[in-house]
Design a binder for this molecule. Structure first.
Ligand SMILES: Cc1cc2nc3c(=O)[nH]c(=O)nc-3n(C[C@H](O)[C@H](O)[C@H](O)COP(=O)(O)OP(=O)(O)OC[C@H]3O[C@@H](n4cnc5c(N)ncnc54)[C@H](O)[C@@H]3O)c2cc1C
Length: 422
């Protein structure tokens, strides 16, 4: 059996298949496994980590937590920042420790529900509203307006709801927002790097992973699947599990055409972009509450948050994320590499950037092996149901799972793929 794609889904499927006694081999295009799990390590002594991709583990992500336990890795909560949070909005700056501390001005014009959620007012709006029916055709934005979002609330929702609100179906949005709200304060990460999951899996099967094999075409024969790589080499087996992101699946040449079930699913999926930037900041920045470790504002960088690990001298990595309309801005800056990103951040973070030691990022939107961050069902498309099987091919991976955008979806799809193979 062959597996194509060495991200979390492919590696987990390899592990499960080999434990069940199957002769399985995985082929990965890059010289690195992990895919959209990509932990960037700073050159500082003590080794701080910035996650370019997957980072957050919710309490409901039992498969991810279980895998970490199996590999002997202990997830950690994000510790509360040492300095108060900073909210910069409508020209004012407000410091607070809990939402109840926020002074009146930034709350003006908000409804009671919205005030409770500041700055993430979309979470409270989603919780207040009645459940969205499965056949509701409204977008998240229209639905929020119909459910009492005020003009003042719109500013917060646009800034802090990390979704394509004009395109995402209301039912998906409410599900995502409720899950996010339930997980508040309980989200964990792996402070030694999320890639300890994928590296841990890969280390179990060193002789069964081939790197540098970039699949470009797939042919189904009577008794075999033949996969051809960009360098002309081919591999074949009676069955293949394809664990690739949607943009890569779209670029593959299938002899006889893309399987219909796959083409139908892909047609109903939108691709979302996200770029994360990690700035390693010297401890001096935080003395006297000068630069807060956690900050919110309506323009990029909308949220700044610290990684859990801190060096003895207080040095730590602060993270920022660009989604939706901020992505083109950051992608353009990323063309200039670290200097371009530094130039983008300097005027926006005047208290922080003089203390920046190193900038770590990876642009998945421009990475041909990813082509984006995650997928979501377009408005009007049926909710994704998980695995697709077509002849000798099984398609797995987070993007095609019922839980796209999360490591949990990648693991669920790997389990389902292995179950269907017997
Ligand atoms: C910026 C960002 C933030 C995220 N944040 C979170 C988070 O906080 N929490 C969370 O749970 N999830 C998060 N995710 C999602 C999570 O990273 C993914 O859902 C998950 O890692 C996807 O795993 P996968 O195996 O399905 O796909 P991938 O990780 O994309 O793996 C696919 C693999 O296939 C390889 N490949 C590509 N093309 C070819 C080819 N032609 N031939 C052979 N191999 C190929 C790739 O190199 C890659 O290794 C985030 C993702 C991104 C991008």
């Amino acid at each position: 059996m062959i597996l194509i794609g060495g991200g979390l889904a492919g590696l987990q499927a390899l592990d499960l298949l080999r434990r069940r006694g199957f002769d399985a081999r995985l082929y990965e295009a890059s010289d690195r496994v992990g895919g959209r799990i990509y932990s960037l390590r700073s050159s500082s002594a003590g080794g701080l980590v910035a996650e370019a991709g997957a980072e957050r583990i919710r309490p409901a992500h039992l498969r991810v937590l279980g895998l970490a336990r199996q590999l002997g890795i202990t997830p950690v909560l994000y510790p509360p920042p040492q300095n108060p949070y900073l909210l910069s909005i409508n020209g004012g700056e407000y410091r607070f420790r809990t939402p109840e501390d926020i002074p009146g001005t930034p709350l003006e014009g908000l409804s009671e529900a919205e005030k409770r959620g500041v700055p993430s007012v979309h979470l409270e709006l989603a919780a207040e509203a009645p459940p969205v029916a499965d056949d509701d055709s409204r977008t998240a934005w229209q639905w929020l307006k119909d459910n009492g979002m005020t003009a003042a609330g719109e500013v917060y929702v646009r800034a802090f709801a990390p979704f394509p609100l004009d395109r995402l179906p209301a039912r998906c949005f409410q599900r995502y927002a409720l899950a996010e709200r339930r997980a508040l304060g309980q989200v964990k990460t792996l402070s030694g790097g999320v890639d300890t999951l994928t590296e841990g899996l890969a280390q179990r099967h060193p002789g069964h992973i081939t790197r540098g094999f970039k699949a470009v075409s797939i042919t189904q024969r009577a008794d075999q699947v033949v996969v051809r790589a960009a360098n002309g080499t081919t591999v074949s087996a009676p069955l293949a599990v394809i664990c690739l992101p949607v943009p890569v699946l779209k670029s593959l040449a299938f002899e006889g055409g893309t399987p219909k079930a796959l083409a139908d699913r892909i047609a109903g999926l939108g691709i979302e972009q996200e770029i994360k930037i990690g700035v390693e900041v010297a401890g001096a920045a935080f003395s006297g509450s000068n630069a807060p470790e956690m900050a919110f504002r309506p323009e990029f960088p909308r949220v700044v948050w610290p990684s859990p690990r801190r060096l003895d001298d207080g040095c730590r990595v602060l993270n920022m994320m660009a989604v939706n309309e901020d992505v083109p801005l950051v992608a353009a800056a990323a063309n200039g590499g670290v200097q371009g990103i530094t130039a983008l951040l300097e005027p926006r973070l005047p208290r922080l950037m003089p203390h920046a030691r190193q900038i770590l990022f990876h642009d998945f939107s421009a990475d041909p092996l990813a082509g984006g961050a995650w997928t979501w069902p377009k408005n009007g498309a049926p909710p994704p149901k998980g695995l697709i099987r077509s002849g000798r091919l099984v398609f797995a991976g987070s993007d095609l799972s019922a839980y796209p955008g999360w490591m949990e979806g990648a693991l669920a799809s790997a389990e389902a793929a292995v179950a269907t193979l017997g």
